[in-house]
Design a protein around this ligand. Sequence first.
Ligand SMILES: Cc1ncc(COP(=O)(O)O)c(C=O)c1O
Length: 439
Amino acid sequence: MIDSWPTSARLWDRAKSSLPGGVSTGMRASMRPHPLFFRGGRGPVLTDVDGNDYLDYVLGWGPVVLGHGHPGLTEAVTRRLPDGATFGAGHELEYLAAEAVLDALPGMERVLWSNTGSEADQIALRLARAATGRNRFVKMTGHYHGWSDAFLLGYRPDADGRLDRAGTRGQNPAALSDVSLAPWGDLDAVGTILRDPAQDVAALFVEPVLCNSGVIAPPDGYLAGLRSLCDETGTLLVFDEVITGFRVARGGAAELYGVQPDLIVLAKALAGGYPVAAVAGRAAVLDQSLHGVVHAGTYNGNPIVLAAVKATVEALSEPGIYPAFETNGRRLADGMRAALERYDVTAAVNQVGPVVQVLPGLDRCDTFTQFLAGDQQWYDVLTVEMLRRGLFTLPGGRWYLSTAHSQADVDTTVDAFADSVSATVGTNGLPRGTLQDVG
Ligand SMILES: Cc1ncc(COP(=O)(O)O)c(C=O)c1O
């Protein structure tokens, strides 16, 4: 059992004098009991600077889909390194990696390379505006499309519970006037907005599985319903597959649910941990970048990260990857449910392929409203108990599995999860029947 993290604490202390909060994104400051520092990892295991090993379910907040130090990925990147970091000009990997991506996304004809999901979402919106000649867009409450002024709206309520307010201090308040917010799962609400010409909607952005707020799968027929509404109203349907792409199926949620969007935004699992993102779509939409739609970026199409894309996509094209993700994801979720039941703790567990979400304080979670009623306090305590037992997990309850996690790893994890739950019961645990009703 791990009881303290003295070296991490010391390094974190030092980092605080040069980095705000000692971290590189504000979200990492929420790690409990405090941000840890790591030496490196192999496969599903990550080792911290105090020498503790953890089974890693953070996976770099999602990208490390092949596990740490995957030999094929490491080899592909290492092979590229001696030939220079970037050219700002054409090279073979640009189209080889694009062809590999397009092979997984039937109906998509072009790829635009970008560096982060936040950037790729912005070029997707610009392309949609240019293609339709309209200005505004629809996004769903609780969905996340990066931290830009344009998109950081309606993601989490403010202190007064309002969703229709700026998502951050320092945001241009005018950004709010370009967006209409809709609730996930309600086709009529979206239909009303899209059919109103005064709304001037160029694009409908969705996370096709609501991964950022509960890992909520789309209700039956919902994505197909959105597709029909977009067809009827001439709106572009954009699947933000930054989390689901190459993860819930090789062809992402579009393949899993059999619905073809107009644009797909990819990042995270696309390159196994290297910083790259992409927008895929039809030639008519993406080729606008030759005709007056500016898509710039010094590092776009960087050869090192594109070597990573090609190697990752090839590794994810091996037979059996996605069935194993589903089997292990289900095994983890079922094991967690059994442990929660055993200790009489109310918490729902959602799972789509290798993405699992623990939802403390909830009997079920099918809506963003329900998600917001969860009990984060207890989960914070659980997170530390799990860390002490060798499980590195995200704050907030989402878990990612990699191809390197074996069934035996999952079983070890379920045992450690159960012990951790047991350690919280009677102190900060949530006995059944004491929870607030959720809408
Ligand atoms: C669905 C979704 N879209 C966009 C983004 C932004 O991606 P990035 O952090 O690479 O800017 C994220 C990040 O988590 C995401 O989950």
